[in-house]
Design a protein around this ligand. Sequence first.
Ligand code: HPA
Ligand code: ZN
Length: 330
Amino acid sequence: MPFIESEPTLHEYVKQLPKAELHLHLEGSVEAQTIQEIHPELTLHEIQTAMRFSGFAGFLKAYVWVSQRLTTAAAYRIALRRLLESLVSQNVLAVEITLSVGVILWKGQALEAIFEALCQECEAHPAIRVRWIFDAIRQFGAGQAAAVFERAAAYRQAGVVAIGIGGDEERGPAIWFADLYRRAQDAGLCLTAHAGETAGPESVWQAIQIGAQRIGHGIRAVEDVKLMAYLREHQIALEVCPSSNVATAAVRTLEEHPLRRLWEAGVPIVLGTDDPALFATSLCKEYALAAELFNFSREELSRLAANSFRFSFDRLSRELGQHVLPAAGE
Ligand code: HPA
Ligand code: ZN
């Protein structure tokens, strides 16, 4: 029998593509089963009920509920173990994990023990390069954020590459954090910010004004031609997470999602999952969606994958991308 090489299916193609994941919250990655592994006294039904939500406010509540189940350093470590196993199985070679340090401090937990446990767990997963983004909650204000960013600077040598702000854009404008962002950059940290997810283009402009080098979501940039041109010219990438945007009702339906329009406008884009457990997604699923719903060709998927390395805040991850996807990054 002659050996006939057949075209890989879309799912095979997506899976074999080397990828990096740049928009992923550890707390939002914890599957119901993993919460049960941590808290055997809870039933799967109780957990799934608490993780079900509608709208952005409902999402934030579910996110806080999951975060509150991460009661010890050991619990965080189990969450990371399950996440890294999943990423490695999807051929994700590098990840920047956002850790809600604002929530950890709000819970009154010792960050030191948690972060030490997380770093130890990383050593057990040499197939993936892990870097960290310490994230503050916008609506908690600049005082709380200062405490988060100080810790990010202190842990730079341990793999923290950047800071971010998340939570509620309307109740915590980026401009509140301008001084802190400047200081973080002076300390050698990179800057990202969730913006243009639930609020409009002016929120993305503000994130840019305080120095953001990437934007979490940023999808409402599609409403502002000048903003799209600015993002393109300054190579500020949007971390676009289509399933997240539908689940939180940032967009009404996947069909209405602006991914394709942003891409056509030349805005740099990196696909992410945001909170895969809460949104029932995975990075492979987001790439498959791009193909199935937004007509991304395989060559375009490969460019998205190249972007995921190219826009990493970590030099080694960028170099890794050039090595594994040499042609796609041009
Ligand atoms: N937006 C705002 N806050 C968040 C998000 C998000 O996508 N994910 C986790 N916290
Ligand atoms: Zn996010």
